[in-house]
Structures are given as structure tokens and as C-alpha cells.
Design a binder for this molecule. Structure first.
Ligand code: NAD
Ligand code: ZN
Length: 359
């Protein structure tokens, strides 16, 4: 792409701090040193996008974000142009998925394969920098994973929903033996993949929890063995859900509970349903808090963890699982001019799968 390069393109952007995102014009980016230009074929929409326009300027500045920026951090497309110093980059025409979390590749976390905790990756494509809800985006060579024929519409949601849920599942695999139970609370975009990763990678029985009957039906199709209807915020709700999980496990509790909702109620229920030497992972960003006394409130010898995003190795693993037909993406496809409608459906919980926009 040289003389034929357009100068502007439509993009769904956060124009200023605390402003609702909208479809507007943006410059077509030039790939910098170590970067390639990618023609975006598909961009998945994440629940966390809904919070991007609630970031005040002070916090945005502290994270190294700048406005305006284009939303979208689940991207797959085709390499169209190389910037300088891109030796080893896949040639133009190659289909690629873009690793969603940003990372520097130089710090001690990156150098030891723990790049999800890179302190230099707080701003990235779709969060403080231009993302994939536009026809073109730039990306460092380090973030490119060849698709090898995998459909970009299926691949895009793998880069965050697929990889973040894999990061959680990989972490709890050591406590999941035959006869054990793993519980997934909130089987939407991320949780639907968590059910599949558990099915593909562990011998555990999988229990799905959600407030939506449609999501529970999809979770069954994706491999959940049992389903439980989720809870609201009423004070008795956590004990009720923990009780339902205990009942399914002969009173013992689940070996692992992964919470993709993250309210006070789901955290209390999840922690309360873990058996000794089990694990509770908090992924959902609803802002809930854990309040539990050391005696009687926490499962003995269990692990409680949280994290953000995923590693490059996680993204490579889920692309490989999808290419091998072991997991699949359930998607609802929207054109770029229907992106606001797609976000509304995500917010209202009326999607069947992951919303994917095709710029
Ligand atoms: P989603 O909207 O696709 O899925 C959420 C699911 O939770 C829906 O199926 C919904 O019906 C269900 N739900 C809502 N309230 C519930 C309740 N009380 N009990 C049981 N189920 C309930 O969202 P998503 O894109 O899959 O994201 C899930 C969460 O993960 C969000 O909070 C998002 O911000 C967060 N997230 C975290 C990371 C991370 O790195 N930690 C990365 C991406 C997304
Ligand atoms: Zn780093």
C-alpha cells in the first residue's frame, strides 16, 4: 500500500475523556519502527470496552493513555505493509491474529514469559491507543500470530476472550483431577471459552452459572455438564449459590471456581464454594470486593488469585486449540456502521455469542 493509501478512514473512537465513543474519521496510520500495518478483517467486542469512556483524564494520563483513540482490542486481519526494522515479520498478505495485551518484550516479566504483568503495557491497541474498530491498525511484529488458514472472524475473539479465559484455566489445571468439579460463573464471551478450555484440557466435570437461560443453553452446547441459574445482589444470594455448588459436589465444594462476573455476591459465593486445596480465580471486573475472616471464611490451603489479560503463549495456545478444532468461537457478526448497536446488545445481555465487527 503506497500511492493508493487513503488518508482517512471511519473509526469508532473515544474522542475525549468521559465522552461516549462514536463513529468518526481518523487518519490511516503509518507503521513505525518494528511495526506492520494490518487490514482489520474482524474485531471482537469486549465487556471491558463499555468502561473505556468512563476513565477520567488523570487516570488516563497515569496509564499513559491518550485521546482520541479507536476502540477494539480483539483483532485479526491481514498484513499489508511493513515499517522499518521488521525483519522476520510475516510478509504482506499473511493472515494474523494480534496478541491483545501490550507488553515491552524487555522487562523481567516479559523475559520470563509472564508478559501479562508487563508494567510497560498499560496502554495498548483499543485502550489508550488506536485499536481495531477501523479498517487499518498498526501492530508490533512481536504481537503477530499467523492464522494458518483459521477464519479471522473466529480468531479475533480468541485474542482476549479466548486467551484471558485460557490464562485462568491454565492456572487451575493442577487442582483438577478426575472426579473434580470446576465452576465457571458468568458464561458470556470469556466464560464460554473457559467452559471449552476446561473440557479440552482437564478431566474435571464442568458446571456453568449464569443469569441468562440462553447463555446456559450455549454453555451446555460448549460442553458444560451441569448448569445453575445465577444470583442477584440480595444478601442471601451468595450462600444460596455456594450451597447449590456444594450440593452438586456431595457437600465437599468445587476444586476450582472461576468468576467472570466479579460482584460482591459472586465473589462471596465462589470463595464459599471452593474445597480445601482448591482455587478461586477472579477475572470479572464488576468491582466487587472480597471480605472474609481468616477463620471459617476462606477455604483452607486454597489459592485465591486475580490477573489482567493473558500472555503471548496463552494466545498462541488458543489459536492452536482452535486450529485443531478443540475449541470454537460462537459469534454474532456486525458491520462497522452497526457497532453502536452491537455494544448495546452486549450491554443488554442479548447476544448469543461474542459480537464481532467486520471493518
Ligand atoms: P459478557 O457480557 O460477554 O459475559 C458476562 C456474562 O455474565 C453474561 O453471560 C451474563 O449473563 C453473566 N452474568 C451477569 N451477572 C451475573 C451474575 N450475577 N451471576 C452469573 N452470571 C452473570 O462479558 P465478557 O466480555 O465475557 O467479560 C466478562 C468480565 O470479564 C467483564 O467484567 C470484563 O470486564 C472482564 N474482563 C476481564 C479481563 C481480565 O483480564 N481480567 C479481560 C477481559 C474482560
Ligand atoms: Zn515488559
Amino acid at each position: 500500500m503506497t500511492s493508493s493509501r487513503p488518508s482517512t478512514m471511519p473509526a469508532y473512537r473515544v474522542q475525549d475523556w468521559l465522552e461516549q465513543p462514536r463513529l468518526t474519521d481518523a487518519p490511516v496510520p503509518l507503521p513505525g519502527r518494528g511495526e506492520v500495518l494490518v487490514a482489520v478483517a474482524a474485531n471482537g467486542l469486549c465487556h471491558s470496552d463499555l468502561t473505556m469512556s468512563q476513565i477520567p483524564a488523570e487516570i488516563g494520563a497515569a496509564l499513559g493513555w491518550r485521546v482520541p483513540f479507536t476502540l477494539g482490542h480483539e483483532i485479526a486481519g491481514t498484513v499489508v505493509e511493513h515499517g522499518p526494522d521488521t525483519a522476520g515479520a510475516p510478509p504482506p498478505g499473511t493472515g494474523v491474529a494480534l496478541v491483545s495485551p501490550a507488553s515491552c518484550g524487555r522487562c523481567r516479566y516479559c523475559l520470563t514469559g509472564r508478559d501479562s504483568a508487563c508494567p510497560n503495557g498499560l496502554a495498548g491497541r483499543g485502550y489508550g491507543q488506536d485499536g481495531g474498530l477501523a479498517p487499518f491498525v498498526v501492530a508490533p511484529v512481536r504481537s503477530l500470530i499467523p492464522l494458518n488458514g483459521l477464519d479471522p472472524i473466529a480468531a479475533a475473539p480468541l485474542t482476549d476472550a479466548g486467551a484471558t479465559s485460557y490464562h485462568a484455566v491454565r492456572r487451575v489445571l493442577p487442582v483438577l483431577g478426575p472426579g473434580d468439579t470446576a465452576v465457571v460463573i458468568g458464561v458470556g464471551g470469556l466464560g464460554g471459552f473457559a467452559v471449552q478450555h476446561l473440557r479440552a484440557c482437564s478431566p474435571a466435570r464442568v458446571v456453568a452459572v449464569d443469569v441468562s437461560a440462553e447463555r446456559l443453553a450455549t454453555a451446555r452446547e460448549l460442553g458444560a455438564d451441569e448448569t445453575i441459574t445465577g444470583i442477584g445482589p440480595q444478601p442471601s444470594a451468595p450462600a444460596q449459590l455456594a450451597g447449590a455448588i456444594r450440593e452438586l459436589t456431595g457437600g465437599e465444594g468445587a476444586a476450582a471456581v472461576l468468576d467472570f462476573v466479579g460482584t460482591d455476591a459472586t465473589i462471596a459465593a465462589g470463595v464459599g464454594a471452593v474445597r480445601p486445596f482448591g482455587a478461586f480465580g477472579l477475572v470479572g471486573a464488576a468491582g466487587g470486593q472480597l471480605r472474609a475472616p481468616w477463620y471459617g471464611g476462606l477455604p483452607k490451603d486454597a489459592e485465591i488469585f486475580t490477573f489482567q489479560g493473558s500472555t503471548i503463549a496463552d494466545a498462541q495456545a488458543v489459536i492452536a486449540l482452535a486450529a485443531a478444532g478443540r475449541i470454537r468461537s460462537v459469534v454474532d457478526v456486525f458491520p462497522l456502521d452497526a457497532v453502536a448497536e452491537a455494544y448495546r446488545a452486549l450491554h443488554e445481555g442479548t447476544l448469543r455469542g461474542r459480537a464481532v465487527v467486520t471493518p
